[in-house]
Design a protein around this ligand. Structure first.
Ligand SMILES: Cc1cc2nc3c(=O)[nH]c(=O)nc-3n(C[C@H](O)[C@H](O)[C@H](O)COP(=O)(O)OP(=O)(O)OC[C@H]3O[C@@H](n4cnc5c(N)ncnc54)[C@H](O)[C@@H]3O)c2cc1C
Length: 372
């Protein structure tokens, strides 16, 4: 059985890993480089129970456990390390307009500025964790390759169907036919392109900006910050200190158009400067640290904010796994494991995929495609 995975982000990488471990023949086709899009530029923050009261809850809880297991197993067996650790998470408020002294809160990490207060502890080492997303995605690909998978740089330009259109028989990659028994669309927000080839609902990209600083705080805690600017606007940057002596800050979402080529995603004008100013407002120490990367990426979202995970209706051998929004790093392992079980065994014992059935929404009209 040969399975073609379109896209080398975290979802394609995790799917490749779990499929390859089942002994099937796996090829990942990636256009711009493994983890070159959101999967290499995200926060890598993980939470056990922050999807409670959502249909994502079971997927997230299972995936949080798989992250722990992967870090142990692949660390031991293949000596792979992606900076996974459990950590505490704090809610922080920063304002130059309001007096925050009444906020009792928790002790304030000494790298936060005078205007910032810890409002609450919102995650403990039992419930929150982090990893380096690029290293994690690449490690999953390396582990898949160790189990026999192959990665090819190339652009998926279409899906090949049997004459009666009821079965996927492969893909067109850089103009060349690549036959397969099953095809998985895992191209993040670029999965929208697959609406031209398969009856799939829409997937859209929401842009986020981020900065990686060379900064190692004394106390490692992830921060969810509410910054009230002098003009009274509220922004919500997120901060994740990493194991490698760097600290990641993200925020400032935008609806900027997705470019067709993932390699050409760029920051909105002024967004990185604004994110630096926001950082300075709650932590002057962090804002003064050397900048190692300033970047943007698009997280894949769907119209009902739930991912598309499962078989494509009426086209045998066609599958999709995308639309994970702000929780793609968290839910990558459970999604990859479920896809492998679904494709090879026909059922998913760990997670009920019914809420994520791609057939729950109508097909996106390819004539409405609007990419840069
Ligand atoms: C700023 C920001 C912070 C985030 N922080 C977190 C976090 O802390 N925790 C968390 O769980 N999630 C987080 N996320 C969400 C997470 O990053 C995404 O949900 C996840 O990376 C999506 O993975 P993916 O594999 O679906 O897509 P992508 O990472 O976009 O990968 C898709 C791949 O498909 C490739 N591709 C595109 N077109 C083609 C083609 N035609 N042929 C072949 N390949 C193609 C692309 O090059 C790309 O590599 C964050 C997202 C953003 C934007």
């Amino acid at each position: 059985m040969k399975i073609l995975i379109c896209g080398g982000g975290v979802i394609g990488a995790c799917t490749a890993y779990y499929l390859a471990r089942k002994g099937v023949d796996v090829v990942v086709v990636e256009r711009s480089g493994v983890a070159n899009a959101a999967s290499g530029k995200s926060g890598g923050f993980l939470a056990l129970d922050w999807c409670r009261e959502s249909p994502l809850d079971a997927l997230a809880r299972h995936s949080f456990g798989l992250h722990e297991q992967l870090a142990t197993d692949l660390g031991r067996d293949l000596n792979l390390d992606w900076g996974y650790r459990r950590l505490e998470t704090l809610s922080v408020v920063s304002s130059k307009r309001r007096d925050l002294t009444s906020l009792a809160g928790e002790a304030r990490p000494d790298w936060l500025g005078a205007d910032a207060r810890v409002h609450a502890r919102i995650g403990t080492t039992q419930t929150t964790a982090q990893l380096d997303p690029e290293r994690f995605t690449k490690a999953m690909i390396a582990a898949a390759i160790d189990s026999g998978a192959e990665v090819r740089l190339g652009t998926v330009e279409g899906i090949e169907l049997a004459d009666d259109g009821t079965r996927a028989t492969g893909a067109i990659v850089d103009g060349v036919s690549m036959p397969a028994d099953a095809v998985v669309i895992a191209m993040g927000p670029w999965s929208i392109l697959a609406c031209r080839w398969l009856p799939l609902p829409g997937v859209f990209g929401i842009k986020g900006h981020s900065i990686v600083y060379r900064f190692e705080p004394d106390s490692a805690a992830a921060l969810f910050v509410e910054v009230e600017t002098e003009e009274g606007e509220v922004e919500n940057p997120e901060v994740v200190p990493r194991m490698d002596g760097t600290t990641y800050v993200c925020g400032l979402s935008s609806q900027a158009l997705l470019p067709v080529d993932p390699a050409t995603v760029s920051s909105d004008a002024g967004a990185i400067e604004q994110l630096k100013e926001l950082t300075a407002s709650f932590s002057p120490a962090l804002a003064q640290a050397p900048v190692l990367a300033s970047q943007a990426c698009h997280r894949p979202v769907t119209e009902d904010d739930l991912p598309l995970i499962g078989a494509v209706a009426a086209v045998g051998g066609a599958y999709v796994a995308t639309g994970h929004g702000v929780w793609g790093m968290l839910n990558g392992p459970a999604t990859g494991q479920a896809m492998a079980n679904l494709i090879v065994d026909g059922s998913t014992p760990h997670v009920d995929l019914t809420p994520f059935d791609p057939g729950r929404m109508p097909r996106f009209d390819p004539d409405r495609l609007n990419l840069r």
